[in-house]
Structure formats: C-alpha cells, structure tokens
Design a protein around this ligand. Structure first.
Ligand SMILES: O=C(O)CCC(=O)C(=O)O
Ligand SMILES: [Fe+2]
Ligand SMILES: [Zn+2]
Length: 680
C-alpha cells in the first residue's frame, strides 16, 4: 500500500481538511478514490499550465482556478456562483468565453481554502443536467487577459425594441409554415433551419435571385407599416422588395456568409423575433465579433459590415452572453467578470433586402462577385505570370508586413528544433526563407546562415546579430555542396507552379554536400488529419495575426479532466469548427468557379490548393482617430499572400522527381507536410 506525505504533494486529496497546513508532516493513507482524484487534480494542473499557461501554486491564496467550471463546458454563472458563495464572500468570478475553467477570488485566503478543501472533486450539474466534477487549484491572482474592447463592424447597428410584443406576436403568427408551396412564396427546409422567401426567391444553389422572376405575392402586407416607419425614422433608406424568413430552433444556425453583392443593394436589415441570439461577424482575416441580437431588435448591416464581413449563427443550444442587464444588444464585451450562458429559444428572423438591378461597385473587390473579373489574380499559366504572381502576392506582401509578421513569429516549431539539435557540432546550415531568423539561434553549436527574399526580414535577422542575406530561393548565392544541412520551413508553398516548386527544392539539394540533409515543411491542404484538427483550425475563434501551422497556443478540450462515464460531449459553446463548412448549397462568401484564386477564410478548411490567404495588418489601436472609441480594435489593411497548399503525398512525389537525393523521412506535423531529404 502506498502512503503519501501530504505536505509534499502538489495538492491535497479532497477530504483531507488538514491538507493545506504546510507544517503537517503526518502520513496519510490515500483511499483508491482519493488517489484517482489526485491523479485528475494533477492532470488539471498540467493541462492548465501546458495549454493555457496558467500557473497554479501549492499554498493557499485568495484566488482559485476552477477546472471544468467554465462557460466552455456548459456551466453558467448562475449555477457556479451560489456553489462558490457557500464558502465565503466572492469578490469576483471570471468566466472567460468558451473556456472550460473559471477563476474565483474570495475576500480572504481562509475562505478560498474552505472552498478548495470542500469543493475539490465535487460534482455539480451543468445547464443540460449533466454531472461535472470540479477541480480547484490556488493561483496567485484571478486574472484574465482581456482582449481590448472590440468595436462593432463598421456600418453595423442594432436597434433595440424596434417593435412591440403585440406586433412581434402578430408577425410570428402571420407566417404559415404548414403550407408547402402556395405560389406566392417559396418555403424550404435547409440543413439547420427552415426558410421562406417573399418577393423573390433566393436560390442557394447559385447564391442569387432571379431578377426576372419575382414571386407573385410580393412582400406580406403586414410588413408595410413597419417598413414605412423604418424609412421615416431613417433606419433604412430604400424600401425592400425581398424578404427571407428564417426559423431557427435551439441548436440551429446559418453558415457564415456574405449576402451576394450582385444580388442585393447595400442595406440589409434583419428583425429578430421570438428569442435572442448571438450572431458572429467575421472579418476576412479571421477576427470574429459576436453580436447580441435581442428579440424585437433590428440588425442593420451597411457598408463594410454588409460587404466585407461574413455573418453567421453557430449551431448550438447556448450562447455566451453578458450576465448584467445593462448592455443588452450589440457587442458582447470581453468583461469575463460578467459573462454567462443563455439558453436559446426558437428564433424567427425577417431579413429584408432590396434586389440590385445593376452590378455592384463597392470598394471590396476581393469579395465582390460583380468585380471579380479584375481581381483577384488568376492561376498562372506561364513562368512569367508565375513570377509576377509571386512578386505581387508573396514578395511585396512580406516586405509590407515584415515587422508585424515578425512580431507574431517567436516560437520555433519543436520538430524543426529537434532536427537542428540532432546535427553535429560545427555543421554549416542554410535556412532558406529564414523570415525573422527564429531558427538561426536555436543551436549555438551550428554555423547557420539565413536567407530571405524580404530585405526587411533580413534586416531583422541582422539586428539580432544573425548571418543573413537577401536572395531568391531559386538562386541561393552559396557554393554547391557547401552545406551540411538546409532547412526550408513554410517557403516552398509560396511558389505558384509545380515546376518552380521542384526548382526550389532542387536548389536546396544543390547546396548540400553528399550525405547532407534538408528538412522541408509546407502547409498541408489537410488541416484535419487522423480525425484531429490542426492547431490552425482549432484556433478559429477571436484570433488575429496568429502563426499558421504549429503555434504555441492551443484550443482546450471541453473538459479539463474527463468525467464520470456518461458525461459525453454536447452541443457546446466550444464550437471550433466554423459554420462556414456546413453544406447548404455553398452559401459562402466565394466559390471557385474559374481560374481566379479564391480568398481563403482564415482558420477554416481550404477550399482549394491554390489560394490567397489574408494577412490582417494590425493597425494602431485607433486612439485619437475620430469615430474610434479608445482602445477599439482597428482592423487595418488586409494583404493577401499566395499559397499552394500540399495534398497528402504531394511533397514526397515532388521530391521523388529531384536528382541526387533520397527521402529519409516524411511526416505530418500540425497542419504541415514535412520531409527530410539526404543528398546521395
Ligand atoms: O437570421 C438572420 O438574422 C440572418 C439571416 C441571413 O443572414 C440570411 O438569410 O442571409
Ligand atoms: Fe445573410
Ligand atoms: Zn460588391
């Protein structure tokens, strides 16, 4: 039988009330349950540290982190707070959105200790009636890095209480969902909601309306007085002639999309009836702004919010909302001291639009189907076009974004470090496409030389006292056979034809001495592999300027520590897979219809192998600028980088065409395909 000295354990078993006395040296025999608990407690500590960077301490403080007691695993503020308050006065309860833990601060360390001893390993029941075990650990401070106050997307407005409860009831009753098709309007059951169209049918197959085929009934007469009123009050400028009624049950949603530019005029308004809901607005760079739409409110989308941002409703049964009643509509602040869960009800929306009769000439050509002929660039058909494409959509972009790009590149990817550390002392190693030089110093025993196409990135390397030079990866100014090893990390995918990718790889081989090795990483088309989403996909949340491929930050599982059997997964808040992926006749911002390169939506699966990936250049926080609340997020300009993402087997197949080299190893590493080559 094992015995433990309690004071040497990182944390005590749950029911040992003497546990936190640091001078307690008595031996304590742990029961089987206590040992099991202890294992889970330690696991929670490790997960918090590894995945979230939260350090727990083994002495009593005022503050605790409550693993599994988070909005992300279905525990609402209303459930958790009374449980915690049994042990003392709660100063603050911080519940970060979508996270499976929360922080509580008691007035005294004594109170926190009481909660720690009594609540650890204790069961509570979440909002869906499922049992959850809490694991508490002391932390120095209950704190959460709040994202700066986010602004609503420009051009977006939510008008509360736009209609009365009586009018709401009347409008809801006016929709007859029982009739199927009565020639006056069109009714459809979609994957995650049902819809009815008036005035014109919206065809989800081509994301457009047939302008020559108005529906005979027009808009329901009952809407007239409301539309007149909104026109008079200035909420809308034009009388709509098309209405889509969407009905969402709890758990339903609508994929993120931009209403087709060529189909509708600028202004789109949506009336929320029956129940509130959170709609997510997503900038092409991946920044997401959740917006609360209370029942009886009107959402008005104009300008940038209508043309550039995608809007969608994540299919789930609960939304993360503010607990206080003060701010009801619009932006959901990041005040984690005031977030909770709200159970969804049946929501019906009336979305009014005006069918466009002339092509759209908005200022967002990259997402404008009317203007797509001019931009974006096409897939290159000659070597000259390929080189031009790379100049415009790789070299120039990196030069422009160099500083911001560099500020997001700190963490060397572990397996690249492993490769560099495995090389013999004194090896000469070329890092072709070295960026800001994050690999140039990882093994001080090597002679490393970096090269990059971007002068600014090379300057950054030199400021860090690394050897670096500007050159094209197709022509590296080093002697053939001069290098013991080479690395090419996230570079080859920027070449836009198969021939140029082969040439870039062959250039690496040229640099190697016989027996020398090259490690190559390229971005993978498959961002989900062996049923596991890459970190790139898992970071699909409020994120910006994050590193693609392997990065230091990871998404959390729903629970920090697994639970008693039968507590399975649920339709949770942690909805990392974006609604954009849901099939519904491709109601998406863009589809690839010709040789034009599609613009990728950051942190979603790739629609095709050749694409433009937006880089959102971080602007200044916006202080001092008119119309910017202090600290508001300034979206800044968006740049597009060309990528060819590699399919499984493609990198190996490409390497097999190279001369004088063999493939030593090939593997998948967090959304990247990788090979180690050896010169023969
Ligand atoms: O339900 C809503 O408010 C929005 C519906 C919508 O975006 C659409 O039908 O295009
Ligand atoms: Fe829409
Ligand atoms: Zn447009």
């Amino acid at each position: 039988m094992l015995t433990f000295c309690i004071s040497s354990l990182p944390c005590p078993p749950p029911h040992a009330s003497i546990a936190m006395d640091s001078n307690s040296q008595s031996n304590y025999k742990l029961s089987k349950t206590e040992k099991k608990f202890l294992r889970k407690q330690i696991k929670a500590r490790h997960t918090l540290l590894r995945h979230e960077g939260i350090e727990t301490v083994s002495y009593a403080t005022q503050s605790l982190v409550v693993a599994n007691g988070g909005l992300g695993n279905g525990v609402s503020r209303n459930q958790l707070l009374p449980v915690l308050e049994k042990y003392g006065l709660v100063d603050a309860l911080l519940m970060p959105p979508h996270k499976p833990y929360s922080f509580v601060r008691y007035r005294t360390a004594e109170e926190a200790k009481k909660a720690y001893v009594t609540l650890n390993g204790k069961e509570i029941v979440d909002d869906l009636g499922q049992k959850i075990l809490l694991y508490l650990n002391f932390v120095e401070k209950a704190q959460w890095k709040e994202l700066g106050l986010q602004a609503l997307p420009p051009g977006l407005m939510v008008v509360e209480e736009i209609i009365s409860s009586e009018d709401e009831k009347m409008l809801l009753e006016s929709i007859n969902w029982t009739e199927d098709i009565d020639n006056q309007n069109v009714q459809k059951y979609l994957k995650h909601r049902r819809v009815k169209h008036f005035g014109y049918e919206f065809h989800y197959e081509n994301n457009n309306v047939d302008k020559d085929m108005p529906l005979p009934g027009g808009l329901p007469g009952i809407c007239d007085s409301f539309l007149e009123k909104w026109l008079k009050e200035g909420f809308i400028k034009h009388k709509p002639d098309q209405l889509t009624v969407n009905q969402y049950e709890p758990g339903h949603g609508i994929p993120a999309h931009i209403d087709t530019h060529s189909a509708f005029e600028d202004e789109i308004v949506s009336l929320s009836l029956g129940s509130e809901i959170v709609m997510d607005f997503k900038h092409p760079d991946g920044v997401t702004v959740p917006v609360m739409l209370p029942r009886r409110s009107l959402l008005v989308m104009t300008g940038e919010s209508r043309y550039l941002w995608m809007h969608g409703i994540t299919p789930r049964k609960f939304d993360t909302v503010q607990a206080s009643k003060g701010l009801q509509s619009g932006i959901i602040t990041s005040d984690v001291g005031d977030l909770t869960l709200s159970k969804r009800g049946m929501r019906t929306s009336f979305t009014f639009r005006k069918v466009r009769q002339t092509p759209c000439n908005c200022s967002y050509p990259l997402v404008c189907d009317s203007q797509m002929k001019e931009t974006p660039p096409s897939f290159p058909e000659s070597a000259r076009e390929a080189s031009q494409l790379e100049q415009d959509y790789v070299h120039r972009v990196y030069e422009e974004i160099a500083e911001h790009f560099s500020s997001t590149r700190h963490t060397p990817w572990p397996r690249v470090v492993e490769f560099l550390k495995s090389l013999p002392c004194g090896s000469l190693v070329a890092d072709v496409g070295c960026g800001n030089g994050k690999y140039l110093g990882v093994n001080k025993e090597l002679y490393m030389i970096g090269c990059d196409r971007s002068q600014k990135l090379v300057d950054i390397c030199r400021e860090r006292c690394f050897q670096a030079l500007v050159c094209d990866a197709l022509a590296v100014p080093l002697c053939s056979g001069s290098c013991d090893a080479c690395i090419s990390i996230a570079v080859i995918h920027h070449f836009s034809t198969a021939e140029r990718r082969v040439a870039a790889l062959q250039e690496l081989v040229r640099l190697l001495r016989p027996g020398g090795q090259a490690l190559v990483y390229v971005w993978a088309m498959e961002q989900e592999y062996n049923k596991k989403k890459s970190k790139y996909l898992r970071e699909n949340r409020i994120s910006q300027g994050k590193e693609e491929g392997t990065s230091s930050d990871t998404a959390m599982p729903e629970l920090l520590v697994e639970q008693v059997p039968n507590v399975g997964s649920r339709d949770s808040e942690c909805c990392v897979s974006s609604v954009t992926d849901l099939p519904e006749g491709g109601h998406k911002a863009r589809t690839v219809t010709n040789a034009k390169l599609p613009v990728h939506t950051n942190r979603t699966s790739f629609p095709s192998q050749d694409l433009l990936v937006p880089w959102h250049h971080q602007g200044n926080p916006g202080e001092g600028k008119p119309g910017h609340p202090a600290g508001a997020h300034d979206p800044g300009p968006v740049f597009h980088r060309y990528y060819h993402v590699f399919c499984e087997g493609e990198l190996e197949a490409t390497c097999q065409t190279l001369n004088s080299v063999s493939i030593l190893q090939s593997y998948y590493d967090q959304g990247n395909w990788c090979v180690i080559l050896q010169k023969v």
